[in-house]
Design a protein around this ligand. Structure first.
Ligand SMILES: Nc1ccn([C@@H]2O[C@H](COP(=O)(O)OP(=O)(O)OP(=O)(O)O)[C@@H](O)[C@H]2O)c(=O)n1
Ligand SMILES: C[C@](O)(CO)[C@H](O)COP(=O)(O)O
Length: 384
């Protein structure tokens, strides 16, 4: 009988003990805001999201309290005091891990916020055939050395982090390192110790924040971080109620029942925005048991969701609303609905779509008992 597979223990080290002199920010760059949160939080969240634990964050000991604030709420994080040079910070974290050694370790610059699970998986996969693996990208510009001329690009790579290693090998390599004083990266330490380092495909989004201008997210970074949420809601059609859809009062023989004005379209859209920003759901923020929302106009719910998304660093990209009913006909109101939603969201009308469909007289909406709405929202990071 074969023995059960032993799960691989994988740790991450996030290096955040540098001074960030070249970035010249008022605080070391890893604490500076980037896409709505401290720069270092992006990488730590990415490791946590990929299920990596423990995550050791090397930071200056006088900045531990600030680091705890910057990383509040993320599970499995331990702070370690970094050293004077990058490799001193790596060594301190490796030594801390040694007493309960992981099988593999990923060593990453906090200054590279665009880390994805895909890159992490490529690196881990490569460690099945080599003791080390690093993400690289091709050099696309001409290279020129003064007094020498153009340098051939063949065989050259741009090297990124995380750099991944089998733990015992990289710990031994760092312990053996005798110079030159500063290693370029951990791959250099590994190669000096005779370890093979495999190359895997890197990611443009992983570029390092080095200079002041790099703290402004590039179009590439912005484009790779949109987020999407969906919402769905149903309300019953009853006699004696006003009918509100997408913030517009509609002439109809019946209206929707509910605690607020029962605008089922704005409710679904509110949930879509909250979902995109991972800020909970409409029931959590506006419970139907709360008398404050009795008869409330639902545009307040949507505006609140937009404010919560902004607080998390996201602005509305575009939204799409599908109203599911046999009657009333939505076409005559569509332009007004789009304009009203655009107004509440404070976006261009081109970013708002309102559609309608029937269920071919099937089900509750087909029998005219109620109206259902599904909505989706895309949010994009707010550029500081
Ligand atoms: N003693 C050090 C030096 C650097 N780092 C970290 O290693 C990464 C390397 O990026 P780099 O741009 O060199 O950061 P700094 O050394 O902070 O930048 P600068 O050289 O401009 O001061 C950064 O996340 C940095 O915080 C570290 O943990 N410990
Ligand atoms: C480790 C590194 O990010 C890999 O590209 C790079 O070597 C760090 O260089 P720096 O001189 O510390 O900015």
């Amino acid at each position: 009988m074969s023995s059960p597979a032993v799960p691989t223990k994988i740790a991450a080290i996030v290096l955040a003990a540098g001074q960030g002199l070249r970035a010249g920010a008022p605080v070391p760059k890893q604490f500076a805001p980037h896409l709505g949160k401290p720069l270092m939080r992006h990488s730590v969240e990415a490791f946590a999201h990929a299920g990596i634990s423990p995550i050791l964050v090397a930071t200056r000991s006088d900045l531990h309290a600030a680091a705890q604030d910057a990383l509040a709420g993320i599970e499995g994080v331990t702070l370690v005091s970094g050293g004077a040079m990058r490799q001193d910070s790596v060594r301190a974290a490796l030594e801390r891990l040694a007493s309960d050694a992981p099988d593999l370790v990923l060593i990453h610059d906090a200054a590279r916020p665009g880390l994805t699970t895909a890159v992490i998986l490529r690196l881990i996969d490569a460690l099945s055939s080599a003791p080390g693996a690093i993400p690289v990208l091709p050099v696309v510009d001409s290279l020129f050395r003064e007094n020498e001329g153009t340098v051939p690009r063949n065989g050259l790579h741009r090297v990124q982090t995380p750099q991944a290693f089998r733990f015992p090998e990289i710990l031994a390599a760092h312990r053996e390192w005798k110079g030159p004083a500063a290693a370029g990266d951990d791959a250099e330490v590994a190669r000096r110790a005779g370890l093979e380092v495999a190359l895997v495909e890197g990611d443009e989004a992983l570029r390092k924040v080095t200079f002041a201008g790099d703290l402004q997210p590039s179009a590439v970074t912005k484009a790779v971080h949109p987020r999407t949420g969906t919402g769905f809601d149903v309300h019953r059609l009853v006699a004696g109620e006003e009918l509100w859809l997408c913030g517009v009062r509609i002439d109809h023989d019946r209206g929707l029942s509910g605690h607020s004005d029962a605008d089922v379209a704005l409710h679904a859209l509110t949930d879509a925005v909250l979902g995109a920003a991972a800020c909970g759901d409409i029931g959590e923020h506006f419970p139907p048991t709360d008398q404050r929302w009795l008869g409330a106009s639902s545009d307040r719910f949507l505006a609140h969701a937009v404010a919560l998304a902004a607080k998390s660093g996201y602005a509305i990209g575009n939204v799409d609303v599908t109203i599911i009913c046999e009657a009333p006909k939505i076409g005559p109101y569509r332009a007004q609905m789009r304009a009203r939603i655009a107004d509440i969201l404070d976006v261009d009308i081109d970013a708002v779509s309102v559609k309608a469909t029937t269920t071919e007289r099937l089900g509750f909406s087909g029998r005219g008992e109620g109206i259902a709405v599904q909505a989706s929202a895309t949010v994009v990071p707010i550029v500081p």
